[in-house]
Write a protein that binds this ligand. Structure first.
Ligand code: GCB
Length: 629
């Protein structure tokens, strides 16, 4: 018996089961004995939520490949800045109606206004632009029950905290603004009218991810699609079908049926490759897959996707899957065995012309179309997982992706709840997108300050991400470098944990040039590939002025800065990718300059109207040169 098992043996079995064995093994490997014990005791006393995977109901992958009804459209809302409706005096979620002459309720959805779903609330009503607090949402829908079917309420994303009530019963809660979640409503759904009520809060808190400060708009609300998904009783819950690591002729993976399904026959068909692979699940509903085949490999130049059909005895799902291999060799990134340079750009999930969250395929078409026009073969989806339409479209367009969770600066790493929250977000991101070959790397964090607790948490997260998906590269963007004379030395020991290093540097903007750009020399003691994951500066579109001072906020200054940056970047022997900050101007409440910013971060290569600034053409020319090499 281990020391931890010994100390926790008096805890009731039911509670103990909530701290899954794997989760405890995982955290205890990285945290001190006292720290681990503290986490277990906090969970068992109900102060912390249970560790994954029991934290949230596992959601169905490829939800659009299943049978679903959209619950998008108008939802009624009640704005509740004091969160009064959560208490017992005005229980909004009960949605009660007066029953007699002297009965009344100080709330009601009947006369309420509506908002569009999907859609953030901040951009839909002037009074909600800066609002951070609770909004109640209600939707009713008519349903006709079918025999032998199960039903799930699926939410693409709700920012940030969401309590879900269905037909006046609480189903549960979800935390985190950028990943899906679901609740099963089989047995609760009725013939005729059904009602969903959500309590949504985008109140920022110090122990959230992201925490109190971040450099983007805190768009609240139901920001992505809502579906009612119908499945057979025994369903295919999830699957992972990708090329085996380091191989171009073996597909590896697994299919997971619902655990109650018992042993079943399952198959994978890929008609274009003449594959009909049959196997059996074990008693927990899991089947391992190993298929010898030589698919045409996916690449930006040839983004081939294959129709893949996954079947069980009772369920089937159609997918479009691409096969490619991504690896690191010394300081090189290899795509399908060949060194590749990542011509990237950072994109926020925002349509600047609408000053609101992007959520649809046509939004994705515009944003990724711009990236393509810039000359990119790679996009960093900053600073959180973007909607699934974007990821799937990128795949069709041949765009490689970096996807990350919103673990952005100022995170409370000493708080034992953080690892749990971060792992849950990683789990949800990887669960949703693990079959998307466009994604070549998972990123853990952005600009975290080195410390023992930071290092421990990120190392544990890296291990966890690798345990979920060993085929992709692990990265993080940080800004901890050392300047010595004309040298810039990469100086964050987090690099030891990563496959690819991401450095955000703002030389010429936040950090003055130490020597001329053509004299700067970068050193990489870690001998791993480097992506310059952020660089740039601000310019107000149409504002012309001096090129040698930042305070001109001019297009000429930004243009000059890009020339300087490219001069330096060309001199870095281990540079394997660049991501200028940022594709388009984006809203950010902390950007206070009343003349040039007005609540916008103006580092876009494009303006808020999508117009090209001078720096766009500098970057575009650099990418054209690189493409020809
Ligand atoms: C950064 C952050 C990014 C900010 C950017 C800026 O280092 O990673 O989220 O928006 O700088 O514009 O300051």
């Amino acid at each position: 018996m281990t020391e931890i098992e010994n100390k926790t043996k008096k805890i009731p079995e039911k509670r103990k089961r909530e701290c899954s064995d794997n989760a405890i093994k995982h955290i205890s490997k990285h945290l001190s004995f006292e720290h681990t014990l503290k986490i277990i005791l906090l969970i068992c006393s109900g102060i912390l939520p249970p560790l994954y995977p029991l934290h949230a109901q596992a959601f169905l992958t490829n939800v659009q490949g299943r049978n679903f009804t959209s619950l998008n459209g108008k939802w009624q809302i009640i704005i509740d800045p004091f969160d009064a409706g959560a208490g017992s005096w005005k229980p909004v979620w009960k949605d009660q109606k007066p029953s007699g002459k002297f009965d009344f309720y100080e709330y009601g959805f009947n006369d309420a206004v509506s908002l569009n779903v999907p859609g953030d609330w901040s951009s839909q009503q002037a009074e909600l632009k800066y609002y951070e607090g609770t909004v109640w949402y209600k939707k009713t829908f008519i349903h006709q029950q079918k025999k032998d079917k199960r039903d799930f309420l699926y939410f693409g994303a709700v920012n940030y905290l969401c309590d879900v009530y269905f037909n006046n019963e609480k189903l549960g809660s979800h935390e985190g603004g950028f990943t899906p979640f679901q609740f099963e409503v089989t047995g609760k759904i009725k013939d005729g009218n059904n009602s969903i009520i959500l309590r949504v809060s985008n109140q920022r808190k110090p122990d959230d991810i992201p925490a109190l400060n971040f450099d983007w708009w805190n768009y609240g609300g139901i920001t992505r699609d809502v579906y009612l998904v119908e499945t057979p009783l025994n369903l295919i819950r999830d699957y992972f079908i990708q090329l085996k690591k380091s191989s171009t002729d073996k597909i590896d993976g697994w299919i997971q049926l619902d655990s109650s399904s018992g042993v079943q026959k399952v198959s994978v068909q890929i008609p274009a490759l003449k594959i009909n692979y049959n196997t059996f699940t074990n008693t927990t509903g899991k089947a391992l897959i190993s298929i010898d085949t030589k698919p045409i490999l996916w690449s930006p130049e040839n983004p081939v996707l294959y129709e893949v059909i996954i079947r069980s005895e009772t369920d089937s799902i159609h997918e479009a899957i691409g096969f490619r291999n991504i690896e690191v060799n010394g300081e090189d990134i290899l795509l399908n065995g060949k060194p590749v340079f990542l011509r990237g750009v950072n994109i926020h999930e925002e349509v600047p012309q609408r000053a609101g969250r992007a959520w649809s395929e046509s939004d994705a078409q515009m944003l990724l179309g711009w990236a393509k026009e810039l000359g990119c073969n790679f996009v960093r989806l900053t600073h959180y997982p973007h909607n699934e339409h974007t990821v799937r479209l990128a795949e069709k367009m041949g765009m490689m992706l970096w996807e990350e969770i919103p673990l952005w600066q100022n995170i409370q790493f000493t708080n034992p709840a953080i690892l749990n929250k971060a792992d849950t977000m990683l789990n949800e991101m990887i669960t949703r997108d693990k079959n998307r070959c466009a994604i070549i790397m998972w990123s853990l964090s952005n600009e975290t300050a080195p410390s023992e607790s930071r290092n421990n948490v990120l190392a544990a997260m890296a291990d966890y991400a690798r345990s979920l998906d060993s085929t992709r590269l692990i990265t993080s963007a940080f800004n901890h470098v050392k300047y010595e004379g004309n040298k810039v030395i990469i100086d964050d020991s987090l690099s030891n944990t990563l496959d690819v290093i991401g450095v955000n540097e703002y030389l010429g903007w936040y950090v003055p040039w130490k020597v001329k750009p053509e004299e700067m020399e970068w050193e990489n003691p870690f001998h791993k590939p480097l992506i310059m994951s952020e660089f740039g500066g601000e310019a107000l579109y149409g504002n012309h002025g001096a090129a040698d001072t930042n305070s001109s906020w001019s297009e000429e200054r930004q243009e000059q800065l890009y020339h300087e940056q490219i001069t330096m970047l060309k001199r870095i022997p281990f540079l394997r990718g660049t991501c200028p900050w940022v594709l388009a101007d984006f809203r950010s409440p902390g950007r206070l300059n009343p003349r040039y910013q007005q609540g916008w971060n103006m580092k876009g290569l494009l303006s808020d109207k999508g117009l090209k600034k001078k720096a766009w053409f500098v970057m575009n020319n650099y990418y054209k040169q690189l493409e020809q090499q």
